[in-house]
Design a binder for this molecule. Structure first.
Ligand SMILES: [Zn+2]
Length: 422
């Protein structure tokens, strides 16, 4: 399951991918209506045809942009009057250059500018983390491009709403922050079609759908839960008959759309509100990560977003890093005294033994922590590294989340590399 989902999921967070989920089979264009077509790539590309030219919505990752363009231009090669970007993640903007013609207008929500600058500003930080989370090689990172080093392709930026008519077809664009602050929804009232980007991460996996990534395990700013909820409400208020997602299949029928989006929205609201109520009652973040469980009635899995990570994302999004413990105010990390604890315990081997006992007792996280303590004292200790690998493998056995699995594999790889270098 995890392997099958890898390519599909890897694109929901803006990471360029090497192959699409359906790389084995030739991709075929999907007709949504007489005027709307979809190239079902790792990130879907949409073509809306009008009597005065075409509108392209999202452009796929760079690795698939050519294929998407070929599929859609086979349907219509009329001039591209507009490119609309639902958001600035790499898997949606990789084909801008292919579609752009001399008079093409490119539209994005204004927060696009900061989003792409944020990604470029921290490229050296994100690149290795993305590679771990999604199991692909670390790409080359150039010299720092500065705070505002991104290429800004859009020619039209809007704040709340932007409208235009082309060939008699009305396009209404709404700011709908969610997975990113620059997310927009394209509403075509004539067809009752809403294109909502990744705000319902309809990633083409079978039901149950996954809880979203309010916080992505690679390091991101927490995603604004309350904005995300409002944005889904904005989409629902339009009463669409068809919802087209950035990933995965369209959703047809107002009833089905309402059922799916409302469930997703309510789950975000539940996790947000339980976190905030817990914060207000003085509970710490770890307690809330353990306590807050999504009721089964939501029927959402955690294969992509995890509730506990989202709880921490919401908590830290509101409170930042300070946890109220006076010890946390200082530059020295707690690990600075780990070697003293190892000495007290009688050496790294003893701590490694205790880690194995924890593992035997069904406490793999505690085992992992103990190896952190022992490695702070002796980073190449063989018993500790072996215990660590066992703890990570044990966590993998019960892991249902794709991103978590990527990090566990990374931990195993690193420990094995250290052992091999001894
Ligand atoms: Zn995406």
């Amino acid at each position: 399951m995890l392997r099958i989902m890898a390519a599909v999921l890897s694109v929901c967070v803006g990471i360029p991918i090497v192959t699409s989920a359906g790389a084995q089979e030739p991709v075929k264009v999907v007709k949504i209506s007489n005027s709307i077509y979809m190239a079902p790539m790792a990130s879907d590309v949409y073509l809306v045809m009008t009597s005065e030219g075409n509108v392209v919505i999202d452009t796929a990752p760079a690795t698939q942009a050519h294929e998407a363009k070929e599929l859609l231009t086979a349907v219509s090669d009329a001039p591209v009057k507009y490119i609309i970007l639902t958001h600035g993640h790499a898997d949606h903007i990789g084909g801008i250059g292919l579609w752009r013609q001399p008079k093409t207008q490119i539209i994005a929500q204004r927060n696009y500018v900061e989003l792409v600058n944020y990604v470029v500003r921290l490229d050296g930080f994100f690149a290795p983390r993305n590679a771990v989370a999604f199991n692909h090689p670390v790409p080359a990172v150039g010299p720092w491009a500065g705070d505002y080093g991104a290429t800004i392709d859009p020619t039209i930026l809007f704040d709340q709403k932007y409208e235009f008519t082309l060939g008699g077809v009305r396009f209404e664009l709404f700011s709908t922050p969610g997975e990113t602050p620059d997310h927009l929804t394209v509403w075509l009232p004539a067809y009752k079609v809403a294109l909502i980007g990744d705000n319902y991460a309809g990633i083409g996996i079978p039901e149950p759908m996954s809880f979203p990534t309010i916080y992505a395990i690679r390091g991101t700013k927490p995603r604004p839960a309350l904005d995300w909820i409002k944005s889904i409400d904005t989409v629902l208020a339009l009463k669409p008959e068809i919802v087209l997602n950035g990933h995965g299949d369209p959703i047809f029928g107002q009833e089905e759309i309402t059922r799916k989006l409302k469930r997703y929205r309510d789950a975000i609201q539940f996790v947000h509100d339980e976190t905030v109520k817990g914060m207000d009652s003085g509970k710490d973040v770890y307690t809330l990560m353990q306590e807050i469980k999504l009721p089964a009635s939501y029927n959402l899995s955690e294969v992509f977003g995890k509730v506990s990570w989202s709880v921490r994302g919401i908590y830290d999004g509101y409170a930042g890093w300070y946890d109220g413990n006076p010890s946390s105010m200082y530059e020295l990390p707690p690990s600075s005294v780990y070697p003293d604890l190892v000495k007290l315990a009688g050496g790294s081997d003893r701590v490694a033994q205790l880690a194995l006992e924890k593992l035997q007792a069904g406490q793999p996280v505690e085992a992992l922590y103990l190896t952190d303590v022992a490695l702070a004292s002796d980073p190449k200790n063989e018993a500790t590294l072996n215990a660590r690998i066992k703890a990570l493998e044990s966590l993998r056995e019960h892991c249902e989340n794709f991103i978590e699995d990527g990090w566990l594999q990374y931990g195993i790889r690193k420990a094995k590399e250290t052992l091999a270098a001894k």
